[in-house]
Structures are given as structure tokens and as C-alpha cells.
Design a protein around this ligand. Structure first.
Ligand code: HEC
Ligand code: HEC
Length: 201
């Protein structure tokens, strides 16, 4: 993707990013008991099967919960969790987990250089954009623009999401922004950038 086009996509996404209802972190905490079994009490899941959601942006969390509920994002485990949630519950849960601090993992030395090169510079041969253009230099993302925090996330989860974007089974990214990125990546490139992100901070 040409640099000008990426900037245009960034600007367009920032404009369409929905304004979410204001969430109340205290109320969210009291609604979060059922999440703890999988995501940990503070959103730092113990197992890579469950993504970390601590420190993730409130509006991104609320959007994902709404997407699981509407079916725009599909997952057998999450669909049952969101069925009874109102829009306010989603905003409150987002506000709560956003206030927690996400833990950072460790990168894999063997894929570090390749992963860092993709994260910071993209893949010029295929036109995959630099991840940091949207997800930030340290993986903190950009709240408000709808670009989620990535740093510290389990590599297995990040890898699974990139593969799901690539085969289209995850398609809740506005303007196909992530699907068009993942299509330009090989399995090895996905693995390298996912392992880099686990240690990024
Ligand atoms: C039975 C286990 C389980 C429970 C309980 C559960 N989750 Fe999840 N959650 C998952 C799994 C597995 C995924 C990854 C699904 C996927 O690949 O789309 C996930 C994904 C998510 C995501 C998307 C993360 C991202 O980075 O995009 C959010 C947000 C989330 N869960 C919030 C919650 C909240 C809030 C609750 C409580 C109301 C909850 N979950 C309860 C298993 C669970
Ligand atoms: C033009 C902006 C942009 C660029 C560049 C970009 N992303 Fe994204 N990314 C997004 C948006 C927007 C989402 C959220 C989609 C949604 O709402 O579900 C996202 C979501 C993700 C997710 C899912 C996070 C989660 O918690 O489930 C991963 C993983 C990801 N991006 C990795 C990458 C990687 C790796 C690169 C570089 C190869 C990259 N992104 C480049 C905009 C971008």
C-alpha cells in the first residue's frame, strides 16, 4: 500500500470510528466477575487461549463485545458471554478493563529482527504497511481512532487473528484494513511479527 493511501485509510477510519457511550469503570468492575475465569480478574489472562484485555482501549473492547453479539465477529466461547449484555454494560466493561495494566511477555530471539522489521517498516515487496503507523511505535494503539493496543499480547492469539483476517473468517475490521494487511503476509511473517509484539512495550 502506498504511504498516501495508508494515511487516507487512517483518516477515514478515524472519521467513521463510532462514538461509544461513556463507560463507568466501577460499574464495569462489578459486571466483570464472569469474565475472570478466562481473562483473569484484571484482564491479564493466564493462558494464551484467552487474549489479554487489560489496558485495551475502552471503545475497542465495547466494539468487539457488540460485534460478538451481532455476529459481526464470531467465536463460540464469546457469543454466550455477550448475549445478555446491554450497550451500557459493554461500555462499562470496556472502561474497567482499560484502567488495568496489561502485562508484557517476551519476544522470541530467533524471530525478533524479522518481526521488528515488519512492525516498523512493513513488507515493501507486497505492500503490507508498517504496523506502527496505526498501532503505535510501542504497540499502545490509538484510542479514538479504533486502532487497538497490541503490545504484550500472546503471540498465539495475535497469530490466530492475523490468519483469521487473512482467510476472511474475521471480517469486522472497518474498510477491510486488517484483511488487506494480512493478505500480504506469509505464515512465517505472521509468526515473526506476532512473536515480536508479545515482547513489545
Ligand atoms: C469461557 C471463556 C471466556 C469468558 C468467560 C469470556 N471470554 Fe472474552 N474471549 C474468550 C476467547 C477465547 C476470546 C478470543 C475469541 C476470538 O478469537 O475471537 C475472547 C475475546 C474477547 C475479546 C476480544 C479481545 C480482542 O483483543 O479483540 C474481548 C474484548 C473479550 N473477550 C471480553 C470479555 C468480557 C468483557 C467477558 C465477560 C463479560 C469475557 N470476555 C468473558 C474467552 C472468554
Ligand atoms: C491502517 C491502520 C492499520 C495498520 C497499518 C495495521 N492495523 Fe492492525 N488493526 C487496525 C484496526 C482498525 C484494527 C481493529 C479492527 C476491529 O475493529 O476489529 C486492527 C486490529 C489488529 C489486530 C487484532 C487485535 C486484537 O486484539 O484482536 C491485530 C493482531 C493487528 N491489527 C495486527 C496488525 C499488524 C501485525 C500490522 C502490521 C503488519 C497491522 N495490524 C497494521 C488497523 C491497522
Amino acid at each position: 500500500m502506498a504511504k498516501g493511501k495508508i494515511l487516507a485509510v487512517v483518516a477515514a477510519l478515524a472519521l467513521v470510528s463510532p462514538a461509544m457511550a461513556g463507560g463507568d469503570a466501577e460499574a464495569g468492575k462489578s459486571k466483570s466477575a464472569s469474565c475472570a475465569a478466562c481473562h483473569g480478574t484484571d484482564g491479564n489472562s493466564a493462558a494464551a487461549t484467552f487474549p489479554k484485555i487489560a489496558g485495551q482501549h475502552a471503545d475497542y473492547i465495547a466494539k468487539q463485545l457488540a460485534d460478538y453479539k451481532s455476529g459481526a465477529r464470531q467465536n463460540a466461547l464469546m457469543v454466550g458471554q455477550v448475549a445478555a449484555l446491554s450497550e451500557q454494560d459493554m461500555a462499562d466493561l470496556g472502561a474497567y478493563f482499560a484502567t488495568e495494566k496489561g502485562t508484557i511477555g517476551k519476544a522470541n530471539d530467533e524471530t525478533l529482527a524479522a518481526g521488528e522489521a515488519i512492525y516498523r517498516g512493513g513488507i515493501p515487496e507486497t505492500g503490507a504497511a508498517a504496523c506502527m503507523a496505526c498501532h503505535g511505535i510501542n504497540g499502545a494503539g490509538m484510542p479514538g481512532a479504533g486502532f487497538p493496543q497490541l503490545r504484550g499480547q500472546f503471540a498465539d492469539y495475535t497469530k490466530a487473528q492475523l490468519m483469521a483476517f487473512r482467510d476472511g473468517s474475521r471480517n469486522n475490521d472497518g474498510a477491510s484494513v486488517m484483511r488487506s494487511m494480512a493478505k500480504r503476509m506469509t505464515d512465517d511473517e505472521i509468526t515473526a511479527v506476532a512473536e515480536y509484539i508479545e515482547g513489545l512495550n
